[in-house]
Design a binder for this molecule. Structure first.
Ligand code: MN
Length: 290
């Protein structure tokens, strides 16, 4: 089975009004992608009936990702925040189920932000417990979770594939996988091939982003090593392009991600370029692996 290629909704729009949704789905199809990833910062903002009808009209599949805000931090010792976070994760799961998706991705185990100290053991236990219970709720709907491995400035729970696998082992649920992202791996890993081989069939989702989060191939990410290793392990899941510029802003998420400067203005050109770049790397890696 071939990989489905996706694009993150923040390439197209910072909010999800009916007009934004139509434009985003239309442009996802026009630029040659199969999947549109929705940002689930506030799942209640997404009109699932309207969005599902649009996805069906243009034959686009939805994926969804979420990064918890600090006051919803499930890795906290504050049980109020832990319960709020669990509620938000369950709401996001319900939204994705209503959109016909079989998964939920992102930073589901921590808030997204710069922590001032390491995660405590009690905080880690809380995070493991919430991910386990959300995984069980997902399993009841035939869904799975992908935990995104992000850099040290965005979580203190884990920052490498090896540490993420230990966390997933503690959770102990078959429907919990890793969500890899080249932008974060480029900061934290020694290289991009070995972590992919280590994660192997436990990779559930992939984000492709450049070192500065702009045009692919204009930064320092070693995409040959990354796509080569994905071909080696036979990854056939979704691969989604992620890029952020001050040209498209989602007030909360953009600030959390420190999107302070303009990396591009022409989203359609960016997306067409990314589609060709990713397609070309996958094809080359398959030739080399065969
Ligand atoms: Mn990502």
């Amino acid at each position: 089975m071939a990989n489905r290629l996706g694009v993150h909704s923040l390439v197209w729009a910072g909010t999800w009004s009916v007009e934004d949704a139509r434009r985003a789905v239309t442009l996802t199809r026009a630029t040659g992608f199969d999947v549109l990833e929705l940002a689930l910062s506030d799942p209640a903002c997404i009109d699932t009936a309207e969005t599902r009808a649009l996805l069906t009209e243009f034959n686009i599949a939805a994926t969804g990702s979420l990064a918890l805000p600090m006051e919803y931090d499930v890795s906290s010792e504050d049980l109020g925040a832990v319960r709020r976070g669990e509620g938000l994760l369950l709401a996001a799961l319900t939204t994705m189920h209503a959109l016909g998706a079989d998964s939920l991705y992102g930073v589901l185990y921590s808030a997204l932000g710069k922590y001032a100290q390491p995660c405590t053991s009690a905080g880690r236990r809380n995070a493991v417990g919430v991910v386990r219970s959300v995984a069980d709720a997902a399993a009841e709907r035939g869904m799975r979770l992908g935990l995104e491995v992000v850099n040290r400035y965005e979580t203190n729970v884990f920052n490498t594939v090896a540490d993420a696998l230990r966390f997933v082992d503690e959770v102990g649920r078959d429907n919990v996988r890793l969500h890899l992202d080249t932008y974060h791996m480029n900061i934290e890993e020694r290289g991009l091939a070995d972590p992919v081989r280590t994660a192997g069939d436990r990779i559930g989702y992939v984000h492709v982003g450049e070192s500065h989060r702009g045009y692919l191939g204009t930064g320092t990410v070693d995409f040959d090593a990354f796509f080569g290793a994905l071909a080696d392990v036979g990854y056939n899941g979704d691969i989604t392009f992620e890029s952020f510029s001050s040209a498209v802003v989602e007030p909360r998420l953009s600030s959390t991600l420190a999107v302070w400067r303009n990396l591009w203005d022409d989203a359609e050109d960016l997306a067409r370029h990314a589609r060709a770049f990713i397609g070309g790397r996958i094809a080359a890696a398959q030739v080399l692996a065969s």
